[in-house]
Design a protein around this ligand. Sequence first.
Ligand SMILES: Cc1ncc(COP(=O)(O)O)c(C=O)c1O
Length: 477
Amino acid sequence: MTTAHKPLYEKVSDVVNSMIEDGRLSRGSKAPSLRKMSQQLKVSISTVTKAYMNLEDQGILHAKPQSGYFVQKCIKTEPDMPRWPAPAKTPKPIHSEKVLEGIFAAANQENFLSLGAAIPSAELMPSKALARATRQVLTRHPEDIVNYCFSPGLVELRRLIAYRTLEAGCQVSPDDVHITSGGMEAVILALSAVTQPGDIVAIESPTYFGLLQAIEHRGLLAVEIETDPVTGMNLDCLEETIRNENIKAVLTVPNFSNPTGSLMPEANKARLVDLLAQHNIPLMEDDIMGDLYFGENRPPLCKKFDKKGLVLTCSSFSKTTAPGFRVGWVLPGRFKESVLKTASALTQVTASITQLAIAELLRSGYYDRHLNRLRRAYQHQTEQVRMEVAAHFPEGTRISRPKGGFILWVQLPQRINSREMYQQAMEAGISLTPGDLFSVSRKYQNFIRLCAGYPMTEQVSQAIATLGRIAHNMLNK
Ligand SMILES: Cc1ncc(COP(=O)(O)O)c(C=O)c1O
């Protein structure tokens, strides 16, 4: 777009950016006030406000209540995106690692800064609204709270989830929703419904270690499929693997993958569903981050394109509302009976009070207002952590640029071993997740996953600087 056709607010943004570029504004310094900028550029205060809010969304400015806008980012060049070679296309069993226990234990310790676990900060969760909702259900439904709530779960919550799924492009009825105890149970039920021990499942590489554990638990073999840092699973590679191996199911995180943050484009989702339908292969999509998009619209589910009932969608309220409530769900498609049967054998019942409270939160309309705030906070924090990493880590570090969620995938210079870095970070009271935990074949040894679930306090900023020092020292050794 030529300058003449740019909206006014973008011209204001350009002025601020050029002040940062040439050093008139440095990191931490105060941007000109709204009034001053509006007088100087002869535009309205609302135009300057729009420009500043936009710059805030990009992580360039940061608003401090009652004080104005401050420069947050003055990195001249964007860090490059991580890159990794394609994994071997051989099915392998999974052997999960004890190191995970250390990461989870660190997350439970008060004085530990847990950048390793994908945990949203408690202060971002709607605790007060949940407490209010819980009080209401205690008063209104005392008998429901003490009673069993048998699978597939509370009908009102299933109705509300079915309604919300419309936004992701799908028409499902409350009967198509099965409530679970968190997202992991949803994945385990889905895996149990579509595989037998010894079967081969295709997964993204890298992928969330919890999914690897679920595959291990079921006694399956996994074949790693090459994955693009921006668009997710490489479908040409998947197609080739389907030709060569007896793939019984595919497990993917299409919306804001953990750990890469990739987002599978809508056309790829349609192609993936179509490809698997041709071979009658079930697709499990883990959509736990799907509501946490930074853009204008919610990305659709693969289920949107499902004509044969082969797609099983798994999700939970853990990243948006309350991980401790353990409320998740699966949309099992044609595998409804099988999921119900396994659920009956495993847990049979999901806690009633948490289902009732979440249903109340959704019904009241509070949830959507909360999500709007949360998405902005995650976007801002993710950008802040990216910039801190770019500022403190050794040259050559590459950082993902997710369009949703709050997880960053960081590629360190080749010589840095992330297991060693993990040990040193733990000794300094900071957790991170070593990259090889996201792979069956222990790839990604110079990668780490960082979580941007916490607001950027001095403590978080110091912790990232400490990680940067550790990385520099390892490189100079
Ligand atoms: C991709 C993905 N799936 C599932 C889960 C597990 O979710 P829950 O805590 O609801 O069991 C996580 C948690 O980090 C995740 O990142």
